[in-house]
Write a protein that binds this ligand. Structure first.
Ligand code: ZN
Ligand code: ZN
Length: 399
């Protein structure tokens, strides 16, 4: 239903011709419109302040700009949606929009605008198709990323902060905004009780005892906080590998003398933090940050040395694993930082990410081959993570 609505917006507000036209033809047409304005951005702003027919003209130009490779598809959509929102704000119904549009055309005497008939037909068709005038035109915001395996760009929000490729199911990125929105994980009293119970093992100098305790703890964490984990942990095999990976990372740090020293230094900076009006004083927070990143750098070395990165069950890159590892620290401290310090923290943690807004892509329903659940997949999907059982299921394109 939602896809149908977007198709209708495309048809009646613009965007229906977001198809590749021959590049040379498209360039020529964009060039014609840009001659006066100079730059595409300037042209867009000017048209958005214009009358209804000028907004209509803008959407056609943007379709050409896409074909000419001057904008990306997400940008094209964002501009078209801005135009549609201007239309929406100016009128209360399709009928009124049609009247405004036609009056605009008739008010132009220099002959640049035409298409009274086109405007009438389009408004009548939009009404007949049942497209609500007040439809939410916000688009959906999601992490902008490209799949490292198949090259597909992200095109819609993922169910958790762990973003899997919609085409081949590889882990593509980590959506920090999403993680923040979900809040800090609270494993709860059962987890705390287990930690107390495991205290002797956690104090043990035998690495296998310590590792065994960490496996139990991380497994309890996954149980208590599924929202803080990849959706794939619903698959028992993936979950076991995810837990083993986390436990190994923690164990290697705990049994490294240098890492323990750095952790001690970090705790000292926490004790030295100064708060003013509920915010951390920036210089004291910077000292904590330096200590945290010194420890993180040592953990990075240990992860490489002991093959921990290679244990990641989703095959994430080293950079991505480091960013995910920094997430809880950044999430926990951001509320206590001023804007500049917060931005600096995100840049240092690799969590300052690009987002984009776009209408939902067309999807098709498939049945998961493991659990029979119905999963909505994008048209080009080949393998996808089932949102119900967390396993990877084939999603061969419909023939
Ligand atoms: Zn992919
Ligand atoms: Zn399934």
């Amino acid at each position: 239903m939602r896809e149908r609505r977007w198709a209708l917006i495309a048809a009646f507000h613009g965007g229906a011709e977001l198809v590749r036209r021959p590049r040379r033809e498209a360039e020529g047409r964009v060039g014609e419109y840009l001659r006066g304005a100079g730059r595409l951005e300037a042209y867009v702003e000017e048209q958005l302040r214009g009358r209804a027919w000028e907004i209509r003209q803008l959407t056609v130009t943007i379709e050409d700009a896409l074909s000419a490779g001057m904008v990306e598809e997400e940008e094209a959509w964002e501009i078209i949606l801005r135009g549609a929102r201007v239309n929406q704000a100016r009128s209360r119904s399709w009928e009124e929009h049609g009247e405004v549009w036609i009056a605009d055309i008739e008010g132009v005497s220099d002959g640049r605008a035409s298409g009274v008939g086109e405007a009438r037909d389009m408004v009548a068709a939009a009404e007949a198709a049942g497209l609500p005038w007040e439809l939410d035109l916000g688009g959906r915001r999601f992490l902008r990323a490209t799949c490292p395996v198949c090259g597909a760009p992200t095109c819609r929000p993922a169910p958790t902060a762990f973003v899997d490729c919609d085409v081949c199911a590889a882990l593509v990125g980590y959506d920090f905004e999403r993680a923040r929105a979900a809040g800090l994980p609270q494993p709860g009293p059962a987890y705390e009780a287990l930690r107390a119970e495991l205290a002797p093992l956690l104090a043990s100098s035998a690495i296998h005892d310590y590792r065994r305790a960490q496996v139990q703890l991380y497994d309890a964490f996954v149980e208590a906080c599924p929202a803080a984990c990849p959706i794939r942990v619903r698959d028992p095999d993936y979950r076991a590998r995810h837990v083993a990976y986390l436990a190994e990372g923690a164990t290697r740090s705990a049994f490294d003398r240098r890492a323990r020293e750095l952790e001690g230094a970090m705790n000292a900076t926490v004790a030295a933090l100064v708060f003013e009006h509920g915010r951390c004083r920036p210089d004291t927070f910077r000292a904590l940050c330096d200590a945290v990143f010194a420890l993180e750098a040592r953990r990075d070395e240990l992860h490489v040395e002991h093959g921990v990165y290679a244990m990641h069950p989703g095959g994430a890159s080293r950079d991505l694993q480091r960013a995910i590892g920094n997430s809880l620290f950044a999430q926990g401290w951001l509320p206590y930082l001023d804007d500049a310090t917060g931005a600096e923290l995100l840049a240092r943690t690799g969590l300052a990410l690009a987002y984009c807004t776009a209408p939902p892509p067309p999807t098709r329903a498939i049945a998961c081959e493991h659990c029979d659940a119905t999963v909505d997949v994008v048209a080009a999907a080949r393998r996808v993570v089932c949102t119900c059982c967390g396993r990877i299921t084939a999603a061969a394109a419909a023939t």
